[in-house]
Design a protein around this ligand. Structure first.
Ligand code: ATP
Ligand code: MG
Length: 568
């Protein structure tokens, strides 16, 4: 990871930490946490939070915990816990022995609640959920106090204990903080701290029938773990007074955790909430959480993204205080930059058209030298077979081309990459459909790439594979999941789904060296883009995902505004 090499704070959060260190507010400690709720798979927005929390701990020689915020048993499960651990590790971060669960604190949180009741700061309320909402008031009208607000401490202690013991039906009673029903901040109008809910928890089973609310569990989990800086997204800004109230009311003083909010990541042409992503999965719009079109970490991994490219992206977008929409082209730019140097360049024909070289001897095979990556000479070279029958890309031939078509056409010449200059002599068509099915060409033996006799130049260079040697495969081409830049601004975001977000090509051909390539292997297919072997591949059938095409619209944007992409 590219760590900032100056002592300047990289963002406003580091500015706050620098101040805290200067005044020795936490005894020199920096301790953050990443607190996912295990109710879905992580997405690229979470990656931003992971990079930020673990990144800060790394930079300041501090610690970062992984804590599951598992206070909502009906929506959470072990599958999600395991996927989240895998994703954080894959991104390159290590929580050491600090894997925690809010559910591990249930007993302690219960005791804190009792302490609040004893201090006259919490009460059991019998209003129904609808009544609580009604009594809460609105932004312009103050709320109304619950008729149960002034129960005695003894009665509250008794009722709360019986809530825990399972004496009351779900939803019949709650524990509420006694704060201020006329507060301008709705979160401070006697918020609910505990609810009754008979649901089996993935860790605590049926031990509990009352569960703490996020706003109660979160500050206390932070305090229990000795977190110094509790970094969260902007929508929690209005919850900060409650975060502080809970800690105050329970006597946490000096050195207690401090909540800091930053803008969440929104990415164009996709949605970024687990609830919406779950809808896509459950309603079958995608094949699963790890569908390569999903903005989930598992989807990006399967698509072929590298952890380094995702970390680089998170660093480039920075940390700000106001929400914005990041162009997905910037994420694509980051993976291109990475793979431009690291991925071997090979030839693949996605929509094959047969070419016969009439003057090339039948049965002859030449093994030609092909460099693996001109940007990275250390990657060496390989041999590829050339023979009388080849395939080129269907799009690389036009029977009646415009003038600037520098590819193949009747009577025209092109170079075949790493091989010879060929000339198109004759076109064979299907008698019924008129479709071009085969080209007959001649080659110029003196033009072999790299040979001293090869001095002739032509405008176009095409990729190709040898018909008798190429390996058949499937290629999946992806496009944005949503047509609109910001699908989330519409109530019915599903209406905006891109019907062509996946195109599957089943008769593609790659050069023979790719036979048996392992899932996860990444390549540049010359002139086409970056591709990754999908886990759906089997020993006798390769499946490739297109990570990104070659064209880099982000680099273009940067160039246009006079701020070219970093040269490395
Ligand atoms: P979602 O709405 O997608 O379910 P969430 O905030 O409910 O997201 P959590 O599991 O509670 O998901 O989030 C874990 C951490 O990741 C939180 O600190 C949250 O603020 C942060 N986070 C979630 N989404 C984003 C995002 N888009 N950008 C940056 N951080 C995010
Ligand atoms: Mg959440």
């Amino acid at each position: 990871m590219t760590a900032s090499n100056s002592n300047m704070p990289a963002n406003f959060i580091e500015g706050i930490i620098d101040e805290d260190l200067k005044y020795n507010r936490y005894g020199g400690r920096v301790h953050t946490r990443f607190p996912p709720e295990p109710n879905g798979y992580l997405h690229i927005g979470h990656a931003k939070s992971i990079c930020l929390n673990f990144g800060i701990a790394g930079k300041y020689g501090g610690l970062c915990n992984l804590r599951f915020d598992d206070t909502n048993p009906t929506k959470e499960n072990v599958e999600y816990v395991e996927s989240i651990k895998e994703d954080v590790r894959w991104l390159g971060f290590d929580w050491g022995d600090r894997l925690y669960f809010a559910s591990d604190y249930f007993e302690q949180l219960y005791r804190y609640a009792v302490q609040l009741i004893k201090a006259g700061k919490a009460y059991v309320c019998d209003l129904s959920p609808e009544e609580i909402r009604e009594y809460r008031g609105t932004l312009t009208e103050p709320g109304k106090e619950s008729p149960y607000r002034n129960r005695s401490v003894e009665e509250n202690l008794d009722l709360f204990e019986r809530m825990r013991a399972g004496e009351f039906p779900d939803g019949s009673r709650v524990l509420r903080a006694k704060i201020d029903m006329s507060s301008p901040n709705l979160n401070m109008r006697d918020p609910v701290l505990y609810r009754i809910q008979r649901a089996t928890h993935h860790r605590t089973g049926d031990k509990w029938c009352i569960y703490p609310m996020y706003d109660f569990a979160h500050p206390l989990s932070d305090a229990i773990e000795g977190i110094t800086h509790s970094i969260c997204t902007l929508e929690f800004e209005d919850h900060r007074p409650l975060y502080d109230w809970v800690l105050d009311a329970l006597g946490f003083g000096e050195g207690r955790p401090k909540q800091i909010e930053f803008a969440r990541l929104n990415l164009s042409h996709t949605v970024m909430s687990k609830r919406k992503l779950r809808m896509l999965v459950e309603e079958g719009y995608v094949s699963g959480w790890d569908d390569p079109r999903m903005p989930t970490i598992s989807g990006l991994r399967r698509r072929g993204y590298t952890p380094g490219a995702i970390r680089d992206f998170c660093e480039r977008i920075g940390v700000a205080k106001s929400n914005s929409l990041v162009d997905i082209a910037m994420l694509e730019h980051c993976i291109r930059e990475d793979l431009n140097f690291s991925a071997p360049r090979v030839m693949a024909v996605l929509r094959p058209l047969r070419v016969v070289i009439d003057n090339y001897p039948e049965g002859r095979v030449e093994m030609l030298d092909a460099e693996n990556n001109p940007e990275n000479p250390d990657m060496g070279s390989r041999k590829i077979p050339f023979s009388r029958e080849l395939f080129i890309e269907r799009d690389d031939f036009m029977e009646d081309p415009p003038k600037k078509f520098f590819r193949l056409a009747p009577g025209r010449e092109v170079r075949l990459k790493h091989a010879y200059i060929i000339k198109c002599e004759r076109v064979v068509k299907d008698e019924q459909t008129g479709e071009v099915v085969e080209l007959h060409c001649t080659y110029d033996p003196g033009t072999r790439s790299g040979s001293p006799t090869s001095t002739r130049k032509v405008k176009g260079t095409l990729h190709w594979v040898s018909a008798g040697h190429a390996v058949g495969c499937e290629v999946r081409l992806y496009d944005h999941l949503f047509l609109k830049e910001n699908p989330e601004e519409d109530e019915d975001f599903m209406a905006n789904i891109n019907p062509n977000s996946l195109i599957t090509l089943t008769s593609c051909l790659v050069e023979p060296g790719l036979a048996g390539a392992a899932p996860g292997s990444r390549y540049q297919f010359l002139r086409q883009g970056y591709f990754c072997v999908d886990p759906d591949s089997t020993a006798d059938r390769l499946v490739f995902n297109r990570i990104v095409p070659l064209k880099d619209s982000w680099a273009k944007i940067q160039k246009a505004v006079g701020n070219g992409p970093d040269k490395r």
